[in-house]
Design a protein around this ligand. Structure first.
Ligand code: ADP
Ligand code: MG
Length: 164
């Protein structure tokens, strides 16, 4: 297993915001807000349990990009869905079925995906990536809560790292 080549990239700036959503609509709207802020090249890493709201949040993002959200579904079996919006190629990935000890990024062809300048990556079950870090701007979205409960949503944006 390959080790992380760059264990010393600690000095990256990042900012965290905490939200509480009290309804599915609010979770969707928070996704829309994130969608409106995208400029291309971002990696959005979603984490949180089954039914937390990862797919709903993703639908919010795509709605903000004027994409038909009926086409947005968890790619649990296909692993990757591609949604072409006006400005972006949005790759919706689901790592759920992949083994934590395998190279899950390799399994979905993440490096090739990131060569696409118009790519925006949205990944469900990003816990499976372990501690992998990216040179692209990365947005971590953790959703806590399930059932009818309110959701605590933590969004952390880290700047692109220039280290090599
Ligand atoms: P995941 O992709 O994380 O498995 P889904 O997005 O498929 O989860 O499902 C999330 C579920 O949680 C939906 O049924 C949605 O209505 C519900 N939900 C999302 N946010 C809230 C909230 N703030 N309060 C109550 N229910 C919510
Ligand atoms: Mg899902």
């Amino acid at each position: 297993m390959k080790e992380e080549l760059n264990p010393k990239t600690k000095s990256k700036k990042s900012k965290t915001k905490n939200f509480v959503t009290n309804s599915p609509e609010e979770t969707f709207e928070l996704g829309e807000k994130l969608g409106e802020s995208l400029s291309g090249g971002e990696i959005i890493l979603l984490s949180g349990g089954l039914g937390a709201g990862k797919t709903l949040f993703t639908k919010g993002i795509l709605n903000a990009l004027d994409f038909d959200i009926d086409e947005v579904t968890s790619p649990s079996f296909t692993l990757v869905n591609l949604y072409k919006t006006e400005n972006f190629d949005v790759f919706h990935i689901d790592f759920w079925r992949l083994d934590e000890n395998s190279d899950v990024a390799f399994a979905v062809g993440l490096d090739e995906i990131l060569e696409d300048e118009k790519a925006v990556v949205i990944a469900e079950w990003s816990e499976r990536l372990g501690r992998k870090s990216f040179s692209n701007p990365t947005i971590y979205v953790n959703i806590e809560g399930d059932g009818d409960d309110a959701r605590k949503i933590k969004i952390t944006q880290s700047e692109a790292s220039n280290s090599n």
